[in-house]
Ligand binder design. Structure first.
Ligand code: NAG
Ligand code: NAG
Ligand code: NAG
Ligand code: NAG
Ligand code: NAG
Ligand code: NAG
Ligand code: NAG
Length: 812
């Protein structure tokens, strides 16, 4: 990795508190996925700043050019500030979400004429000075001012080191969030160096706005910095018609801009001058309750302004998260190790723990933000939490349930604390069903009100909100037709975007399967089990057997209320769509699929892949159809609907083909460079996906089954602190020749046998949750005999094939 590894290692060696055998935090490369998404760049939108695991504060620098969803882009564009909160890997507004209340250091100006406005102050970084480690970020401007940041959950420290003792200046910016969406707010300044801010800004992905507060303190203890405040004041646009023309007023203490209901270009904030030191240390706190609470958060979490203590605590928290997957870092392939720990890191940045900061309702339950969106995260982020982080997951699941308690529906896309847009199904249902199957019996220990969880699932499966634009599902249609009809006026009067009919049906079916799974796990009424089992098969109602494409027949299609199918080409909205259809949520989407094609969504029934295989004409056509899906370019590595596809061969008893396909997908699409993620990280969805590929696992939605393959590591140990287990997975015959996009013939990449605590496992194709985190030993023997592996399939056992509902799988 190209970013000051050496210095980072030295830093942690010096810190050396309760060091385990190997420090894992230095193995994290925070710059993976930070390449620009402009001009066809990979655009991972990863956030490389300072944050705790699931921290609310995410401090980092912001670039002046869009796209910049997470503020940072690893290019040479100028920097407009260092701000307090960010998203991780999301899409949404290409200008970005959050990025609130930036600071900016200035030297070489006189107070009354400092360039405080966002355009005038922007500065370039010195090449190669961006550096980051878990809990720490730094860069240096070409004028030699160095920026550093570290954080706690809601607070932290920012330090500027200037070339001289000054006077040096710091701008405190009230109005410029990343989206430039200031709609009102206020700032107050004291001569003692306390700044309180509050502002209303627009959501990045949703129709609403949110109000957030911060507190900065500049009166650092002299033991931490010898800085003296030599001047202070406020600034604001002289006139709104030319907002870049700014008036700075020394000794002024207050500015207030009433909430206007529309976005203002106002430039406003505070300016400080410092003398006596070449460093300026700022302490910050953030809150959704008010500026006083933000100050209290800073006082509570950073009482002594002790940089090393804050950074050390953050690094320690990350060490705990990373060590939940233990590997022999010296023995394994160095690239795989770097990808593994960097991915575990990014998969633990969000959802963000806003407990105690819920601005909307009082509740004894945790509050989390950045469910952005469940459509992205249900596939891999939540299953990874279920394996390694059940305590955090319990809080997150509780927060989903609490969302239902106060709105009537399970949240789908909570962005900037407000409901965002629903992409497809109400996919928060799936992690809730998953939780019931894996931790239903430990729910009270994990603080999850499990009967409420079940009611949340049922209500979301049954009721239709007045506006299913931002929450819930169009259940009127689903229950009336058993599919989502095209061109139907919903008699309930409920409104939402009527598009994506076919892909929504597949997701509603999976959501109903999640209710079915919860009903079984929680011993709810047999009637519920029957009902939701039945409805989860309704994806078949979208199947038009008469449609053909590239020699394959049977594809999901939209359907009119009278039952007739509405044709759209199966390759529409695929990466090789010759027409260039609209494929998002909008009413211009006349294809029926969201961010994906019929070629792709027709495979999407993770709970009943045997049904898909049957619809497609059996395994003999299914396997070449999966091959063709990849070779014809219908696969898009950078978007969620493609996630399970490299593993699809498992369901046709060809795990050997999955082993090869997973390697091809990993090595052609992921690497340790800034462009090393094939699309948006999507709140850690890509990171969690890559983690599963490396571990040789893929989670089956809302079930305890994980598809099993040959890992990219020779051994690893999974630690689950709630279950109190360490499970050692060893790959017997592991072959580093298999670590490539196209392993040479004979490379040992095929699973030959699986034993669990010495006894043969049930299958070469899957393993149960209770075994992969059950404690004890899992041995996966691998070999290179492709012909034998093709013949062996999933093995001879009666349950060797992964489960499918229609063929009797997922039985009690
Ligand atoms: C920034 O990088 C681009 C592309 O690499 C280059 O064309 C441009 O000259 C650079 N600009 C600066 C200010 O260094
Ligand atoms: C400081 O500002 C002056 C006047 O704008 C400029 O000439 C000089 O180059 C600047 N010095 C530095 C170190 O930036
Ligand atoms: C601001 O207040 C300080 C301290 O009272 C005073 O010395 C200074 O002249 C004031 N500046 C202006 C521009 O009023
Ligand atoms: C912000 O939200 C308020 C209350 O929900 C609404 O009245 C207002 O129009 C919104 N403003 C913007 C700019 O969206
Ligand atoms: C989330 O924040 C609350 C309030 O500080 C805390 O009690 C809880 O432990 C945090 N959760 C995690 C997973 O750190
Ligand atoms: C679901 O229930 C309906 C109505 O009872 C029935 O007609 C249908 O065959 C059932 N579907 C499945 C897949 O069992
Ligand atoms: C069903 O409805 C569609 C759309 O209105 C129409 O084009 C089609 O002819 C109808 N099919 C039948 C069999 O009525």
């Amino acid at each position: 990795m190209a970013f000051s590894v050496y210095r980072t290692l030295l830093f942690f060696a010096a810190l050396a508190v309760n060091a385990e055998a190997v420090e894992l935090t230095p193995l994290v490369n925070l710059f993976i996925g930070t390449a620009s998404g402009a001009n066809g760049g990979s655009g991972g939108n990863a956030f490389p700043g300072a944050a705790l695991p699931h921290g609310m504060a995410k401090v980092g620098i912001d670039v002046s050019t869009a796209p910049r969803q997470a503020g940072y882009v690893h290019d040479n564009s100028s920097i407009t500030g260092i701000s307090l909160m960010h998203d991780e890997g999301t899409g949404g507004n290409t200008n970005g979400g959050y990025g609130i209340f930036p600071l900016f250091p200035l030297s070489n100006c006189t107070f009354a004429s400092c360039p405080v406005g966002i355009r005038d102050r922007a500065a370039l970084r010195k090449a190669g000075t961006d550096s980051a480690a878990p809990g720490y970020f730094t860069t240096t401007f070409t004028n030699n001012i160095k920026l550093e940041a570290t954080s706690t959950r809601r607070s932290g420290l920012i330090r500027f080191t200037y070339p001289t003792t000054g006077p040096n200046h710091v701008v405190v910016d009230l109005t410029n969030d990343l989206g430039r969406s200031f709609s009102g707010g206020s700032i107050s300044v004291t001569s003692a160096g306390r700044v309180k801010l509050g502002g209303t800004f627009l959501q990045s992905y949703g129709p609403s706005n949110y109000t957030v507060f911060a507190c900065y303190d500049f009166a650092a203890p002299q033991s931490q910095s010898a800085q003296q405040i030599s001047a202070f004041g406020t600034y604001q646009s002289t006139t709104l018609s030319a907002p870049a023309s700014i008036t700075i007023t020394a000794n002024a203490t207050d500015l207030s801009f009433p909430f206007s209901g529309s976005v203002s270009p106002e430039q406003a904030g505070a300016l400080f001058a410092f003398s006596g030191s070449n460093t300026v240390l700022a302490r910050f706190g953030v809150s959704f309750h008010g500026a006083d609470q933000a100050c209290a958060n800073a006082e509570e979490e950073v009482p002594a302004w002790d940089w090393d203590a804050v950074q050390g605590a953050s690094a320690g928290a990350w060490e705990d998260v990373l060590s939940r997957v233990a590997v022999d870092t010296a023995a394994e392939d160095a690239t795989v190790v770097e990808l593994l720990y960097s991915s575990l890191y990014r998969a633990s940045l969000v959802p963000a723990n806003l407990t105690g900061e819920n601005p909307y309702w009082d509740s004894p339950y945790p509050f989390y933000d950045a469910f952005f969106c469940s459509w992205d995260t249900f596939r891999t982020v939540h299953p990874l939490l279920s394996l390694l982080s059940p305590r955090e997951w319990g809080e997150i699941v509780s927060a989903y349930v609490d969302g239902w308690r106060h709105t009537g529906f399970i949240p789908e896309c909570r962005a900037n604390t407000k409901a965002g847009y629903v992409q497809g199904g109400s996919d928060g249902m799936i992690p809730l069903g998953d939780f019931a199957t894996k931790y239903g019996g430990r729910a009270s220990e994990l603080g999850v009100p499990i009967d409420d969880l079940y009611q949340a699932l049922v209500d979301t499966a049954e009721n239709t909100p007045p506006d299913w634009y931002t929450v819930g599902r169009q259940n009127t249609a689903w229950k009336t037709f058993g599919y989502i009809p095209t061109n139907w006026v919903d008699p309930s009067g409920s409104t939402g975007l009527p598009t994506r009919e076919a892909s929504r049906a597949f997701e509603y079916a999976l959501g109903d399967f999640a209710v079915r799974q919860a009903a079984i796990a929680l011993k709810k009424s047999p009637g519920d089990v029957v009902k939701y089992s039945n409805r989860s098969m309704n994806f078949k109602n979208m199947w038009d057997a008469s449609v053909t494409s590239d020699g394959f027949s049977g594809f999901a299609q939209r359907r009119f209320p009278n039952g007739t199918f509405a044709f759209s080409p199966p390759n529409a909205c695929s990466p090789v769509d010759p027409v260039g259809h609209s494929c998002a949520r909008g009413t211009d989407n006349n294809v029926g699929f969201y961010e994906s094609s019929s070629w792709e969504y027709s495979f999407f029934a993770p709970h009943s892949m045997a049904s898909v295989i049957a619809l497609m004409g059996g395994a003999a056509t299914f396997v070449p159809r999966v091959d063709h899906y990849f070779s014809a370019g219908y696969y898009l590595a950078g978007n969620e609907p493609g996630f399970p596809m490299p593993w699809a061969y498992h369901y046709a008893a060809r795990p050997d083909l999955s082993s090869l396909r997973v390697r091809k997908v990993v090595y052609e699409n992921f690497n340790t460079g800034v462009g090393g993620i094939p699309g948006n990280d999507d709140s850690g969805a890509m990171a969690a996906l890559l983690t599963f590929h490396i571990l040789g696992l893929y989670p089956v939605a809302a079930s305890t089954q994980l598809l099993l393959g040959s890992p990219l590591l020779s051994a690893y140990t999974l630690r689950n602190d709630v279950l109190g287990t360490r499970t050692a997975v060893r790959v017997v015959g592991f072959d580093k020749a298999g670590l490539s996009a196209a392993p040479p013939a004979g490379a040992a990449v095929f699973v030959k046998s699986v034993t669990i605590n010495g006894a043969p496992g049930p299958s070469l194709c899957w393993i149960d949750f209770s075994d992969i985190v059950g404690g004890g030993n899992v041995e996966i023997e691998v070999y290179g005999d492709a012909a034998a592996a093709a013949k062996a399939g999933c093995g001879p056992g009666p349950r060797a094939l992964p489960d499918s509902l229609e063929t009797g799988g997922f039985s009690v």
